[in-house]
Ligand binder design. Structure first.
Ligand code: C2E
Ligand code: MG
Ligand code: MG
Ligand code: MG
Length: 282
């Protein structure tokens, strides 16, 4: 009976494995086609300076337009990362951001910064630096209008080589930020050695700031830490005026979140840019 049960279990196990693998392969094939058919698009979320209320720039956030639905990156970036597709997707994102930046500069006469998310596999890929160098050489984008967002995991996984690569990117004139700060495992000893311009406080800390005392303490301490390391500090996921006011009172430099604006399609982002009072960037 035990053997039979074992057999049954095995059958079910392998069946469900096949089903899972099938789903995965299917999604992977769909994603591959999506890249070829140009079904990926970028939305742009505005970032605001707390000192003067001006627009700093945008974070580019990828979406997959699959028929009628707009698929969230949470549903396909992990798969793209596992399958390696992220390398070509990431190259497309950087190219699209450069194209968009030059168009916005031409349309608005204003300079701004666009932040781009860089995934671990993309950062570790051998051609990453060369692609960026080639891209900068072939466009007339001011490198300081591009900010690369990396996570603590990416930095700490292979810290010594990450420092070297980040220094090269910095030498090209790009800006660098740490995304989702506080959710990973940063070594404070290393943190001061990374050539980072901006620290992005993860939205999970911002969310409960008003109600959970410890969360407020963490946010305040992180702002202090960032400043003492010479970094600009931005808070993510700011949804309310109360959160904005608290962050402002704690000398946080910038905010990003639904309170200022949701992520916008490119055309709406241009309208936002043209309607914004000031531009502190560049
Ligand atoms: P992230 O880089 O931390 O981006 C911030 C996420 O928070 C975005 O989700 C944004 O829409 C959302 N958000 C912004 N303000 C608020 C707010 O006030 N409240 C709440 N609840 N959420 C807010 P999104 O667009 O779904 O992106 C999720 C993640 O997917 C990103 O997190 C990033 O890790 C990844 N991602 C997005 N675009 C790309 C890309 O082009 N390349 C790579 N490698 N990853 C990307
Ligand atoms: Mg980000
Ligand atoms: Mg983030
Ligand atoms: Mg995130």
């Amino acid at each position: 009976a035990a053997r039979q049960a074992g057999g049954d279990t095995l059958v079910h196990y392998s069946e469900s494995l096949n089903a899972q693998a099938g789903l995965r392969l299917d999604l992977e094939a769909q994603l591959r086609r999506a890249v070829e058919r140009q079904e990926l698009e970028l939305h742009y979320q505005p970032q605001q300076s707390l000192s003067d209320g001006g627009l700093i720039g945008f974070e580019a956030l990828i979406r997959w337009r699959r028929g009628e639905e707009l698929v969230s990156p949470a549903h396909f970036i992990p798969l793209a990362e596992e399958s390696g597709l992220i390398v070509s997707i990431g190259e497309w994102v950087l190219e699209e951001v450069c194209r968009q930046l030059s168009q916005w500069q031409a349309d608005s006469g204003r300079r701004l910064v666009v932040a781009v998310n860089i995934s671990p596999r993309q950062f570790a890929a051998p051609g990453f630096l060369a692609h960026i160098e080639a891209l900068l050489a072939s466009t007339h984008i001011d490198p300081s209008s591009i900010e690369l967002e990396i996570t603590e995991g990416v930095m700490m996984e292979n810290a010594e080589s990450a420092i070297v690569l980040l220094q090269r990117l910095r030498a090209l004139g790009l800006r660098l930020s740490i995304d989702d700060f506080g959710t990973g495992y940063s070594s404070l000893a290393y943190l001061s050695r990374f050539p980072i311009d901006k620290l992005k406080i993860d939205q999970s800390f911002v969310r409960n700031m008003g109600t959970v005392k410890q969360q407020s303490a963490i946010v305040q301490a992180t702002i202090g830490l960032g400043h003492s390391l010479g970094m600009t500090v931005i808070a993510e996921g700011v949804e309310t005026e109360a959160q904005r006011a608290l962050l402002h009172s704690w000398q946080c430099d910038e905010i990003q979140g639904y309170h200022y604006s949701r992520p916008l399609p490119a055309r709406a982002a241009l309208n936002f840019l043209q309607g914004s009072v000031q531009l502190r960037a560049a």
